[in-house]
Design a protein around this ligand. Structure first.
Ligand SMILES: *Cc1c(COP(=O)(O)O)cnc(C)c1O
Length: 387
């Protein structure tokens, strides 16, 4: 089955739901058992208590397993909760955790302020380290956190090389990948040997800026450990958010193609401008991560960055405050275009980011690319007029 077909068919069972195309939404905490015998045997039943899932949440987990090529999927109330839950399910006091220097800032805060408090050691590494990660592996190393491309700085990590170094070192070292940029539609982490695949489904899977959700997917070898850790931590998700994620999944393929096309149109247009010093987009042929991106990914999403020649805060404000189509706000991956400033130099400890000017991140939405380009052009005019 081709992957676009898989997005449409995964996890669907109309025969179990009166022929309805989509799974019903179960608002359920208590699940009733008709007899004492059934109650005593609750652990053999697929649905036992709302926190442990309903037919609606199980359908989405099943769909994600098919799309990721995973044995088990667990859902969390946010992408950050997917990362924290996965790490806590697998790591313990005394463990050494290696974290890519480009990770999502709240992931870094979780590592610095929670994992260290729980007695773990956290070290950051250059996301471009590749096979060189071998030199950092120690007997206590338990997890390598990767995020590729970094969703502010857009370095592409050599995931297969990192996986190979982990395997060569010890069975104890697990590789986790935050794959939110590509989604499993454009890259399947488990196919590259990654042990734990994370999505902030809030972004492209939900796709409409109206729900938060995270997914954790693992192969059979890590399934029991994840199942247990997830349950102990009391994680659970709301049925309506899962429904929105399932609905988003069905159109993910067409949306991603449009996000990619528009993102690249904007990136190429920006690249040709004299006031732009660099465009951070791995699908551009001269991007430092392009060869790895071509090797491992089957496409690009619509999130990328660009750096401008220096400007004052007033110039930047004049540019950002007047957009007609680009909104300013956290998150990305929705149907609407966004732009935000990125302060990369502050968010790094293992590597240096030497800015030549202000850096911005664009989430290309589903608007017409010509309207977006006109909007950007008017923004640059405001930037220069405010000089
Ligand atoms: C947004 C984001 C997250 C966190 O997702 P939430 O659903 O907002 O908690 C994690 N990783 C990356 C790369 C993100 O962009």
């Amino acid at each position: 089955m081709k992957k676009d077909t898989r997005l449409v068919t995964a996890g669907r069972h109309p025969e179990r739901q009166a022929g309805a195309v989509n799974p019903p939404v179960y608002h359920a905490s208590t699940i009733l058992f008709p007899t004492l015998e059934a109650l005593d045997g609750y652990h053999t039943k697929p649905v036992t208590y709302g926190r442990h899932g309903t037919p609606g949440t199980h359908a989405f987990e099943e769909a994600m397993c098919e799309i990721e090529g995973a044995a088990l999927c667990r859902l969390t109330p946010s992408g950050l909760a997917a990362i924290s839950t996965a790490v806590l399910a697998f790591a313990e006091a005394g463990d050494d955790i290696l974290v890519a220097d480009c990770v999502y800032e709240p992931t870094r805060a979780f590592c610095d302020h929670m994992l260290t408090r729980l007695g773990m050691r956290v070290r950051y590494y250059d996301p471009c380290i590749g096979a060189g990660i071998a030199a950092l592996l120690e007997p206590a190393t338990r997890l390598i956190l990767t995020e590729s491309p970094g969703t502010r700085s857009f370095e592409v990590q050599d995931i297969p090389a990192i996986v190979a170094a982990a395997r060569a070192h010890s069975d104890r070292v697990l590789v986790l990948m935050d794959n939110t940029w590509a989604t499993p539609h454009l890259l399947r982490p488990l196919d590259l040997g990654v042990d734990i695949s994370i999505q902030s489904a809030t972004k492209y899977i939900v796709g409409h800026a109206d729900a938060l959700l995270g997914t954790i997917c693992v192969g059979a070898a890590q399934a029991e450990r994840l199942k247990r850790g997830y349950r102990l931590l009391g994680q659970s998700v709301g049925p309506d958010d899962v429904y929105l994620a399932m609905r988003g999944l069905r159109t993910l393929g067409v949306r991603l193609r449009r996000h990619e096309e528009t993102g690249l149109a904007l990136a190429r247009w920006l690249k040709a401008r004299p006031d732009i010093t660099r465009v951070l987009h791995p699908a551009l042929p001269d991007d430092p991560g392009h060869a790895l991106w071509r090797r491992d990914f089957s496409g690009a999403s619509g999130l990328f960055g660009f750096e401008m020649i220096g400007g004052t805060r007033a110039q930047v404000a004049a540019m950002l405050d007047g957009y007609r189509h680009f909104g300013m706000g956290f998150s990305w991956g929705g149907f609407e275009s966004l732009i935000t400033p990125s302060r990369l130099e502050k968010a790094r400890t293992a590597t240096r980011w030497d800015p030549r000017g202000p850096v911005f991140r664009i989430s290309a939405g589903l608007e017409d690319a010509e309207d977006l380009i006109a909007d950007l052009e008017a923004g640059f005019a405001r930037f220069h007029a405010a000089a």
